[in-house]
Design a protein around this ligand. Sequence first.
Ligand code: ADP
Ligand code: GN1
Ligand code: MG
Length: 374
Amino acid sequence: MSSKPKPPNLRKISALFDMRADFVHGFPYGSGHINDTYCVSFDQAGQRIRYVLQRINTHVFKDPHALMENISRVTHHSLGRLLAEENPEAYRRTLTCIPANDGKSFAFDPQGNAWRTYPLIERARSYDLIETNEQAFQVAKAFGNFQKLAADIGGERLHETIPDFHHTPKRLDALRAAIETDASNRASEVKDLIDFALSRSGDCARITDLIASGDIPERVTHNDTKLNNVLLDDVTAEGVCVVDLDTTMPGSSLYDFGDMIRSGTPTMLEDDTALSALDVRLDRFDAFARGYLGVTNSFLNATEIANLAFSGKLLTLECGIRFLTDYLQGDTYFKIKHPTHNLDRCRNQFAFVQAIERNLPEMEKIVKGYADTI
Ligand code: ADP
Ligand code: GN1
Ligand code: MG
């Protein structure tokens, strides 16, 4: 089981940063699976303002220095663009790091935990389940724009904050190793899921092979484009700000499109268990394809476009493999709320792989329609 950290003293931790304001209170925030995220309120000379204070998960991100160097580069680049175009809400359209007292973009507490602070983007929120096709369109547009912006960061290659993060064949190897070790004595109870993963092994290398052969280019991508990593404006539903930049690094556009489809087109949440009703919402898929290609059609190559629908299947399979591996290893990676949480998530993802398989021809038709006309 993931060990539950003691509730942190948010007042003391915020004092590591140059807040120029008085701490009022704080509480856990959001539904991310990786970092510990808090909303903290401050009084700044009589005005209430809020920040996001995050403990970086250094079990997952082994090198917080490299991680924060990437995030600083990406956020400076975004802010520079927004300021250059005199965007009236530049600081709401990109994450920006509040400097620590020593000027760095993050700080260590006395226990050695790494923390960072961002302004909390107000009048916007993220969704775990999308409610309208307009929201799907806006999420896809926001991630498409993020990729477009990241394309001109320049300078050295970004650090790989998690090496081989979307290398699906290596994820399958890790599953095989976890079955072999069977650290929690759970392999025999999940035989059907293991069989399912192995039955799709022929699909796993499609994207990595296309990268290796040079048929699709390496790009700077977000790599964790799940729905709740973009904030939509409360009033206009516009995609205001892309968050969770920890995995922004060299990758493939197919990883970003695929994970949007994995998280945004199912009829239910990632951990719902009433799987007989699980299907692909083709109307949502249509909106994602329209939003994403509206921004990226001009620079994606024909092989990337031809694999967009398939990427939804592969990223879902990969995520299911990761949940299953974590379950077999004793739940050491993803946060869980109950003992079979990773197992439920895995069942859900594998059922969604099958749903995509049923809908793939229609999904491919939708992509082609937009690719030919947008
Ligand atoms: P994790 O890596 O654990 O997923 P995230 O960085 O995605 O952590 O943060 C968790 C959630 O907190 C996000 O899904 C989003 O809803 C919210 N969030 C993160 N950063 C901000 C921010 N600067 N302003 C408003 N909400 C935020
Ligand atoms: C994690 O951090 P979060 O909750 O946005 C994970 C993704 C998975 C996702 C599954 C760094 O995303 O790769 O697809 O859970 N992030 C990391 O919900 O592993
Ligand atoms: Mg997140």
